[in-house]
Every structure is written in C-alpha cells, then in structure tokens.
Design a protein around this ligand. Structure first.
Ligand code: SF4
Ligand code: SF4
Length: 235
C-alpha cells in the first residue's frame, strides 16, 4: 500500500514517512479528535525555498513579508493539503479509514495547537528531531520544512525511529527569538511543550504586528538554525 500512496503524490513531496502510533497512543495530543481508530500517521514534508526563508531578516519590508506569507505558508499549505487529500482517498479506496489533518491550522485557539502535531508525527516517523525551538529539525533541510499528516488504520510499515535531539550546545534560536519564547531545554519524551516554549509570547508578538498594520510574520527561529542552511550562508 505504501507504493500506491507514494505514487498518488509522486514528485510533489520532499520527505515522506510513516509513524507507528501504537506504542505512543496516550502521548499524541489531539484537540478533540478520537485517536483510538488510528494506528499510523503518514507524514509528508515540503522544503521551503532558500530565497523565501532568506527574507526573514527583511520582514519589516512589506514586499518581503507578503512573499514569505505566500510562499512559506499559503501556497505550501495548499500543496500539502492537496497531497493529504489524495493520499486519504487512496487509503479509503483500499477499504481503510483515513483522516487528513490540515496543514498549519490551529484547532484550539486557546491552546494554540493544531488538531494533531505534524511535527510530532514527522518525529515519530524518524524524519527529524524536535529542536529547542520546538520546530522539527531534519538532517537534510533543518527546520526549513512544512509538514502535513494523514492518520489511518491501514496496516503500514513504520519508516524509522524517533531521532534523539542533535541541538547539542547550540542556542541560536533561543538567543535570537525577539520575545524570548524558548527556555533553551532540549526535547524530552513526554515533557509538555511549555517546558521548552511559551507559545503565547510568540502569538502576542505576531498579534502586535497586526495591530501595527504589519503582516504577521517572524520565522527568526527557523531562519537562524544552523541545520539546513546553504553551505555558503552565514547568519
Ligand atoms: S516565530 Fe519568532 S517570536 Fe515566534 S518563537 Fe520563533 S523566533 Fe520567537
Ligand atoms: S537553532 Fe540550534 S538549538 Fe535551535 S533548533 Fe536549531 S540546532 Fe537546535
């Protein structure tokens, strides 16, 4: 079945993985969705363009913020949602349940969380580690990726094991965040997000931009990570 799933989105994704959720059912947070029917999560990732991520330091300029919002969020999310929809159709046609999870959509405004964590699904599929920035950091492209997820009960084969954090002594994202939203702690299995990241500080910062008539955009934690940068890049 993995073959027909991959063929349905052939050439459109940069990373693909399958996470076996059975050993971690109680730990995968969902905002209202009953996770019990779903034993596997398919994780699909698209690399962000270098030129787009390199606009982060220019985000006070409206053209840069608009380009970033369009090509780091809107278009990539549409592409991811198209793929998860097609993958879910293939699985359903084979007689199994499939739940596509929307890319970058808050399901819980108070808790500032998606319906299911795409980063956690990618982490469990062995595609990367959870960084001190709470972003999913991949060996190939660092955190310069966006992911979406399909939950299913189709009997798939897990693609890998969760990676241990490789942040080491690096504190780049922690020091660069304009509102000090990170505590600097490494990811530890089972520890709540709040131990590493104050999502409300980040959200307030972005809302403040809106009230100032600016486009809601930051991305400094993503831009500053040494993983996934071009070889000749300096921060
Ligand atoms: S997006 Fe910006 S404000 Fe939010 S956590 Fe990252 S660096 Fe901090
Ligand atoms: S910037 Fe450094 S500490 Fe932050 S996620 Fe990347 S490697 Fe980890």
């Amino acid at each position: 079945m993995e073959g027909s799933i991959r063929r349905s989105i052939s050439g459109e994704f940069d990373l693909f993985g399958v996470a076996d959720l059975r050993p971690v059912k109680g730990q995968v947070l969902s905002c209202g969705l009953d996770m019990r029917p779903y034993d596997f999560a398919i994780s699909i990732g698209i690399s962000l363009m270098y030129e787009i991520v390199d606009l982060v330091p220019k985000r006070d300029e409206r053209w840069a913020a608009i380009s970033y919002q369009t090509h780091a969020y809107d278009v990539v999310n549409d592409r991811l949602n198209g793929m998860t929809s097609r993958v879910a159709s293939v699985i359903q046609s084979a007689g199994y349940r499939a739940m596509p999870i929307s890319a970058s959509a808050n399901a819980d405004d108070k808790g500032l969380r998606g319906l299911v964590s795409h980063k956690m699904a990618a982490h469990l599929a062995g595609l990367g580690w959870i960084g001190k920035s709470c972003l999913l950091v991949t060996p190939e492209r660092g955190p310069r990726m966006r992911f979406a997820t399909v939950l299913t009960n189709a009997p798939l084969k897990s693609s890998g094991r969760p990676m241990d954090p490789r942040c080491g002594d690096c504190m780049s994202c922690v020091n660069a965040c304009p509102v000090s939203a990170f505590t600097g702690r490494n990811y530890v299995d089972g520890e709540p997000r709040e131990a590493r990241f104050d999502a409300y500080k980040c959200d307030r910062y972005l809302m403040q931009m809106e009230t100032q008539g600016k486009i809601r955009m930051c991305g400094v934690c993503l831009y500053t990570c040494p993983h996934g940068r071009k070889k000749d890049d300096t921060v």
